[in-house]
Every structure is written in structure tokens, then in C-alpha cells.
Design a protein around this ligand. Structure first.
Ligand code: MLT
Length: 408
């Protein structure tokens, strides 16, 4: 008899964005005449910049000839891309990262989900609340969560660290000792950021407690404030305690093309049962080579083109476009009397709902009355109740129209 992984039975409902997609599909089927504007999942809408497309075409043509044909590439990614990442994403910010500390992959979601493979099931996991659901769900799947409590909407073994308007979205250090800490900045879903000083508090905690920080920086390209770090490695000592996840999805419109990378510094150590120090870079390399055959050559050439002068310029234009949308949402909602957060160093705007309004009720009302899709805050965790997320990733026309409809 084939037995299943029982941990999966602890998962609640379906994946948040799948639930939303299903609800929207049902509504659209029943109301084919309604124009639904989607500002829910953070999916990009701008065309891929020309410099990137050119590089993809060129790379595709290389497959025409035996001399330039490519088969399997290095699992960790081609050096031509890893060199560009090292120089542009890190060296320019005063951070020294070697290319063998960079692992190119097909998405930050997969990396955030897969990383749990290299950690013991006994580790205590801390997440900020609200949070990108992948961190929690993948720890439920891998057996670190314990049982779900319906009343509190929490898992018994997970430490939830609230980040709400009450603490100005600055999470406090956990009162109990934790081992794995998920931080995402600029934050998904709240769109808020931490300064270097605020992030340093976490790096110091991780050092003191021999913990690890899993730092998701998928939205770093949206940062414009000077004091907001783009990488956790800008904080002294972070290379000893942090893994960083980066993505080209939101930066360069790669949600469909798929390319990302994870940085695991060589000095980063975990501990065996006997207390021996083990290199996490080596463990991940072993896992990566066994379970992954690398990102396609064409995709990596596309990602490389992001770092050309032309590529940088065109990518920035798209980011500015989305940031302008976020600004339109923020301003429009403020004019309508709402309190909103984020939307400055982030494509996400986090809207505080009037007292007593539940976020799924607001979702339903917005969908049926204004035909606008957003994401209910509670879908990101119990502290997200009473909030609602809208994204700047739509088209400008749709964004303006959506805000007009919401105002009405
Ligand atoms: C989001 O909307 O939170 C993101 O698009 C989800 C993701 O990146 O997987």
C-alpha cells in the first residue's frame, strides 16, 4: 500500500493565489460581460525589454549549428551570468561574493521552497506575519510546523512575528530561540522596508543564536530610498548567517521566462547532530546538482542582457512604470480616505481596511461590485486580517480605472 507524506494533510485549503484564481474564474464565467481588472497576484504586464529579447534570439540561433549547439549546462549556472551578478548586484554595493556562492535557478519561489531540504526537521522556524505563503507551506510539507490550530489560524511549532501598523511594520525579535528566520524586504505583502540598522538587529540575533536568516530580496529593484539595503550582505557579518534569494521575475519581467538565483556564502555553516560545522554551500551544491539540471542557456543569456547598459536602462523604465502605478494606487486610496502602507520602495500597496471589515469579505465585494481583484491580507497570515494588498504590476490604464471604480 502506497503511503503518502502525512505532512501534506496539515496544509490549509489550496495555495493562496490558486484560490484567488479559481474565485476569479468562477466570477468571470458567470459574468462574461464584466471587465475584471487583476491587481491580485504580483504578475508583470510590460513587454520584455528589447535588449533582452535580442539576446534571446541570438542565443536561440546558436542552436542551429553543431559548433555552437549547447547541451546540459553547469547546474549552478553559466559563469558569464554569475560574473555579471557578482559585479553588478554585489560589488557595486561593496559586497564581495564569489561566483561559486551564486546558484542560478528557475525561480525564487522554487529556491525558497527547496532550501528546506538541507535543514533538520528539528529546527524552530520563525516567519513574519503576514508573510509570503511559500515559506510557511513548504515548512508544513516538510514536517516542521506541527498541528494547525483553527482558532488562532496558526501552526503550533511555528513562531509568528507580527509586522503590522501597530509596530510600524518592524518585526520584534522572537522571545524564544529560533533557528530558521524568514525575512523578505522590501516586504511581500506589506510593501514596507527595513533600514540597515533595523536589519542589523536580526543579523546580530542570528549570530548570537547560531540561527540562519533566509532573506528574500525578490523586490530589491524597487528600492529608491538611500538607507534601505538592497542585499542583506550590506550588513556586517551577514555572510556568516544569511542566505539571499533574488529573482529576475519582478526586476525584468521574467515571471514567464523563469530565472532567479540564490547566494550561499562559503563561510555560512550549519551544525550536524554531533555539533560539527558543515558548509551550507556544499550541501546546497550537492542537492542542486542532484535535483536540478540548470536553467536553459537561452534564458541565462536573456538574464545576462539585463546587465548591459541598454538592458539596465530598459529594465529601469519598466520598474519606474510599475512604481508609478503603485503611486497612483496609494494616492487614489488615500484620497478616498483609506490608510495605506508600502507602494514607495515596492510594487505592493497594503491597504488598511475600515475597522471590523474582514479581508475576504472585502475581496468578494471588490470583485463583485468593482470587478477588481486584489489579495486578502489574511491569506498571508493571521496578522494580515483587516488588510488588503493591491499590486502596481497592472497596466497604467487598468490601474487608473481600478482606483476610480474602488473610489466609487
Ligand atoms: C505575489 O503575488 O505575492 C507573488 O507574485 C507570488 C510569487 O512571486 O510567487
Amino acid at each position: 500500500m502506497i503511503k503518502i507524506n502525512e505532512n501534506f494533510l496539515e496544509l490549509q485549503d489550496s495555495y493562496l493565489f490558486a484560490t484567488i484564481a479559481k474565485k476569479v474564474a468562477e466570477f468571470t464565467k458567470e459574468n462574461p460581460d464584466k471587465k475584471v481588472i487583476k491587481l491580485g497576484i504580483g504578475d508583470v504586464t510590460r513587454p520584455i525589454p528589447e535588449a533582452i529579447l535580442e539576446a534571446m534570439h541570438k542565443a536561440t540561433d546558436e542552436f542551429k549549428k553543431t559548433e555552437t549547439f549547447r547541451g546540459y549546462g553547469p547546474e549552478q549556472g553559466y559563469d558569464f551570468l554569475r560574473e555579471k551578478i557578482k559585479e553588478n548586484d554585489y560589488k557595486t554595493r561593496g559586497v564581495e561574493i564569489d561566483i561559486d556562492e551564486i546558484f542560478v535557478s528557475d525561480g525564487a519561489k522554487c529556491d525558497c521552497g527547496n532550501i528546506v531540504d538541507i535543514f533538520s526537521q528539528d529546527n524552530k522556524v520563525a516567519i513574519t506575519d503576514p508573510v509570503y505563503p511559500v515559506y510557511l507551506d513548504t515548512n508544513v510539507m516538510s514536517g516542521r510546523s506541527g498541528k494547525y490550530n483553527k482558532e488562532s489560524d496558526k501552526y503550533e511549532n511555528i513562531v509568528y512575528i507580527p509586522a503590522t501598523s501597530k509596530n510600524n511594520f518592524v518585526p520584534e525579535l522572537p522571545k524564544e530561540k529560533v533557528d530558521m528566520i524568514y525575512l523578505c524586504y522590501p516586504n511581500n505583502p506589506t510593501g514596507t522596508t527595513l533600514t540597515k540598522e533595523q536589519l542589523k538587529v536580526w543579523v546580530d540575533y542570528a549570530k548570537e543564536n547560531k540561527a540562519i536568516i533566509l532573506f528574500d530580496a525578490a523586490y530589491e529593484a524597487f528600492i529608491s530610498d538611500e538607507d534601505v539595503p538592497h542585499s542583506i550582505y550590506e550588513i556586517e557579518g551577514a555572510k556568516e548567517v544569511a542566505i539571499e534569494f533574488r529573482s529576475f521575475s519582478k526586476t525584468a519581467g521574467f515571471t514567464g521566462i523563469r530565472c532567479a538565483f540564490v547566494v550561499i556564502p562559503k563561510q555560512l555553516k550549519g551544525y550536524s547532530e554531533s555539533g560539527e560545522e558543515i558548509s551550507l554551500n556544499k550541501l546546497w551544491n550537492r542537492r542542486h546538482c542532484t535535483k536540478f539540471n540548470g536553467v536553459s542557456y537561452v534564458t541565462q543569456r536573456a538574464a545576462e542582457a539585463i546587465y548591459t547598459e541598454e538592458g539596465k536602462k530598459q529594465v529601469k523604465e519598466n520598474i519606474d512604470y510599475y512604481k508609478e502605478n503603485a503611486k497612483i494606487i496609494k494616492k487614489g486610496l488615500e484620497e478616498a480616505g483609506y490608510t495605506v502602507y508600502g507602494g514607495v520602495n515596492s510594487p505592493y500597496v497594503w491597504l488598511k481596511l475600515p475597522d471590523g471589515v474582514k479581508s475576504w469579505d472585502f475581496f468578494d465585494k471588490l470583485l463583485t461590485k468593482a470587478n477588481v481583484v486584489g489579495t486578502p491580507g489574511v491569506g498571508f497570515g493571521p496578522s494580515g486580517e483587516g488588510y488588503f494588498r493591491l499590486t502596481g504590476f497592472g497596466t497604467k490604464e487598468n490601474t487608473i480605472e481600478a482606483i476610480e471604480r474602488i473610489k466609487k
